[in-house]
Write a protein that binds this ligand. Sequence first.
Ligand code: AMP
Length: 398
Amino acid sequence: MSNFYTLDDHDLNGKRVLLRVDLNVPFIDGKVSDTTRIQRVAPTIKELSNKGAIVLLLAHFGRPNGQVVAEMSLEPVAPITSKIIGKDVTFIATDWHDDAVSTATKNAKAGDVFLLENTRFHAGETKNDTDLAKKMAALGDIYVNDAFSAAHRAHVSTVGIAKLLPSAAGRAMQQELEALNKALGKPQHPVIAVVGGAKVSSKLDLLGNLVEKVDALVIGGGMANTFLAALNQPVGKSLCEYDLTDTALEIMGKANDANCEILLPLDVATAKEFKQHADSQNIPVADVADDDMILDIGSRAITALKTKFDAAKTVVWNGPMGAFEIEPFDIGTNQVALHVAKLTKTGQLTSVAGGGDTVAALNKSGAAQDFSYISTAGGAFLEWLEGKELPGVEALNK
Ligand code: AMP
């Protein structure tokens, strides 16, 4: 039993549903270059419409800072959404001070879908302003949130309206929350977390939270260098936050108290230069020379991690194992990710990954499609990994 309502809990026929979605899609030369976000919410839009609801799509786009900014209008997104869901989507221009939405939807029929203008054109949106919340809530009978990626923000369209109307999680939100709960809420043990990426400084809260929840924590990427340096290992010219070596020791101490095993690279791939196809050497950490840069985990490390994963039931992943954008330093990330993908495919484990670069790295490795769940939610996914309550999720609690 989840602690939020879903579309199954409401009678939707003839109801006006305010549906918060993430349509913050990338544009290149005036064209939408990636429709993933629209695809993710399409099932919820279609289900609501098919069940006879009048669907009012609420979304933000960019950061217009409470002003009407023509380039940040959602208007061009309406025809693309329409094509993806196979139904007309009527765009409604508004500055959210006028009554354009109530006027334009007065005679709406069951099944109609409307896309309302960028919620951030009104300064009250990001301040969770009460008057704006009342105004938006008055447009609908039910509020549905399908934008997990915006759930770390306490805005009118993510929190304010939810407090004023009967609410529910949309299908994409529901799927995301169920996947995350399976990974860290009530996971099957052993749970292994994989954390990589450039810096320890950007992931302190995340590491602190994970060591208390997981059985083993794999630390890779540039951030592993800070941990190695803290253990008096040579890291040469590698990316390293020397001012955080004490913090690294504290995290290792906390892990020890919580019975969480920390796995640092057994060996590393190094180069003298940070460039594509640089001459790479696979060496034990102890042999890293003063002019070496550690750019990936080594082959022994890869084999050791694979063996660890063979015994795991759950894997949570954020951050690449090396500088995956330049070859051959994508090997560590690719090999480990493909192994996790294989074990997921055979049903041996549940794997959840997310966070900006992680999605790109796992897509590049070809492992992404076999992970149990890949979150594209960036900031919200990281805050969840940090163990924080997300206001947009909390607002849906029964
Ligand atoms: P993050 O955004 O914190 O997940 O960091 C991702 C970035 O970390 C990627 O651009 C990688 O190239 C970079 N990275 C990973 N490992 C290393 C390394 N050993 N040295 C330098 N950069 C790295």
